[in-house]
Design a protein around this ligand. Structure first.
Ligand code: GUN
Length: 296
């Protein structure tokens, strides 16, 4: 691994170069559980899943398991694949009005027949622990976030845990999704990074990625980024979770890029665990805010 710009400030042991999301998640969940227990609050997360997509079912099970770990209650609502927008919004309306529910998460993707925009906009912004409601995305863009989406915020938390300061870095994000690329750009900008966002229509992608001090890849293509696309000493964040022949791998060719990067997230065990930890933190934040409205 090569030395990156942040080595000026902090000394790391080599094992710190692989950004261990599993270890950091555990640390943050342990702290969160203590905080929840001390608070006397009973945060509760509601999840809605439409249809029987096995990957979505697995993610939702993992979210409920994390809830249990930190003493957040959870309820899971499963709607048939035949559900339409009105069916989903009806469930959301009930949860919006339920004082025992702190956070609402609609697992994506939704079946094509369900209008994702209508569904996201029907979640009460103060229970929008996914941070996808346009009001929350707007607040984030305006520089005063209320809820930030869990994957980008989880990435920021992971960088913070490793004392990687993004200020003055050139951050190149590959992928412009609602869940990751766009909100992450706003979070990095708010920390004084210079941000370039690339996407499927970007010409000469490698010329841009190889300028990155911080390279974030969220394209959903197995091992899409190889060493020729990475600057020596870059911090590399891999958001991909791809299954190839039954084996999980990221959007970055981890083995090949390891030697060029100064720090890199593995898949699995990098960004994924941070997303779930951040969802738990957002849910507790929602519960705290709902317990004293007007204070926020
Ligand atoms: N599907 C993939 N990532 C996410 C996420 O962060 N939130 C929700 N609700 N669905 C997802």
């Amino acid at each position: 691994m090569k030395s990156g710009p942040w080595h000026r400030f902090i000394r790391f042991t080599p094992s710190d170069m692989i950004l261990d999301g599993t270890k950091v998640r555990q640390k943050r969940l342990d702290l969160l559980r203590e905080e929840i227990d001390r608070s006397g609050l009973c945060p509760r997360l509601a999840t809605i899943i439409v249809g029987r997509d096995p990957a979505s079912e697995l993610y939702v099970r993992m979210k409920h398991a994390a809830c249990e770990q930190v003493h957040i209650g959870s309820v899971g609502i499963t709607l048939p694949a035949s559900a339409n927008s009105a069916d989903v919004i009806r469930e959301i309306d009930v949860l919006n009005c339920d004082p025992d529910i702190s956070g609402i998460l609609v697992q994506l993707p939704l079946p094509r027949e369900v209008d994702i925009v209508q569904v996201i906009e029907s979640v009460a912004p103060e229970k929008d622990v996914d941070g996808f409601h346009p009001l929350n995305l707007g607040r984030l863009l305006a520089g005063h976030p209320f809820f930030s989406p869990c994957t980008p915020l989880g990435i920021m938390n992971l960088l913070d845990e490793y004392r990687i300061d993004v200020a003055r870095m050139h951050a190149v994000i590959v992928g412009r999704s609602l869940e990751v690329g766009r909100p992450l750009g706003a979070l990095l900008l708010s920390r004084d990074a210079t941000v370039t966002t690339c996407h499927s229509k970007t010409g000469n992608l490698a010329a841009l990625t190889s300028q990155a001090d911080l390279l974030v890849v969220a394209v959903g293509k197995p091992r899409f980024v190889g060493p020729a696309m990475v600057k020596e000493g870059a911090v590399v964040i891999d958001v991909g979770t791809n299954r190839v022949g039954g084996v999980l791998c990221g959007d970055v060719d981890f083995e090949q890029v390891l030697d060029r990067a100064s720090a890199i997230t593995p898949v699995p065990g990098g960004v994924g665990p941070m997303t779930i930890a951040t969802l738990m933190e957002n849910t507790f934040l929602a519960a705290r805010r709902l317990s004293c409205p007007g204070a926020w």
